[in-house]
Write a protein that binds this ligand. Structure first.
Ligand code: GLP
Length: 264
């Protein structure tokens, strides 16, 4: 079995710079790269560094096609909490010229099933992803593929796990004591499925902070199970994991092992 390459960086910013250097190198090697991109707090330093490299070294994103992992269902791309706005704010608005192809699922599609099929077909038509950059949920979710007895291969509409919804929308959750119903805002998303993600030729998983340490351990060393979707990454032959010291299983010291090592 081919093990993941693991980088342990000094902190979240350094982890972001490491991830950005890999993505930037991929885009320079193939200016028509197809990328899958994440949202969340973790990749914010990654996008900041990609913007810096774009401005200061001239890396061109004009020919790159990007697919975001997910978008909330029923949410406008203009909504401040949409992933479309997140990507504009942290990355896309800083690209000059804006890349023509920056794709996210349409959260406002009236026919959500048709939208999932359209999005998956667009990824297929682009030839699949060269690199998928992923964050990691505390419960092992990737995109919005939440733990479940079975997972869906392709793009689909997913209900957020209750703990994910509470973590992502604490103010909203405070007003809803129980699980959100299907029509509660931000309770469902359109997400790439696990097969859509695993079909990427290369996967880069980024996780930082002590809260992610157990999840990183389970992803890299735990049993392969749909109860912890990130464990399925062990089935892929080209995975790079970028951590900070706090997220590293075994609590590697910051700056301890900046060279790739074995995942165990
Ligand atoms: C979110 C996203 C994931 C993301 C994860 C972790 O809900 N759907 O794609 O990787 O949770 O987010 P964070 O980086 O903020 O910890």
């Amino acid at each position: 079995m081919k093990r993941a390459r693991v980088y342990v960086e000094a902190g979240p910013e350094a982890a972001g710079r490491r991830a950005a250097s890999l993505v930037d190198a991929a885009v320079r090697a193939n200016p028509e790269s197809v990328l899958i991109l994440p949202t969340g707090a973790t990749p914010i330093p990654l996008y900041a560094e990609l913007v810096r490299l774009h401005r200061e070294t001239g890396t061109s994103w004009a020919g790159v096609t990007t697919f975001n992992l997910d978008e909330y269902a029923g949410v406008s791309p203009e909504d401040e909490q949409s992933y479309a706005r997140f990507m504009a704010r942290h990355f896309f608005d800083a690209l000059d010229p804006p890349p023509a192809r920056r794709l996210l699922p349409d959260g406002l599609a009236t026919d959500l099933l048709a939208e999932t099929l359209r999005y998956e077909a667009a990824l297929d038509a682009a030839g699949g992803a060269d690199v998928a950059v992923l964050g990691l949920g505390l419960n092992g979710h990737i995109g919005f593929n939440e733990p479940a007895p079975g997972l869906t291969a392709g793009t689909h509409v997913a209900a957020l796990a209750l703990d994910t919804w509470r973590r992502n929308f604490p103010e909203l959750a405070a007003t809803h004591p129980g699980p959100p119903d299907a029509h509660a805002p931000f309770s469902r998303a359109i997400t790439l499925g696990v097969a859509s993600i695993l079909q990427a030729r290369r996967i880069v998983l980024v996780a930082t902070g002590a809260s992610k340490r157990d999840a990183v351990h389970a992803a890299l060393h735990g049993p392969i199970t749909t109860a912890f979707p990130a464990s399925l990454l062990q089935l892929h032959r080209d995975v790079t994991v970028i951590l900070d010291g706090a997220a590293a299983p075994g609590g590697a010291l910051a700056g301890d092992a900046t060279d790739p090592g074995s995942a165990g």
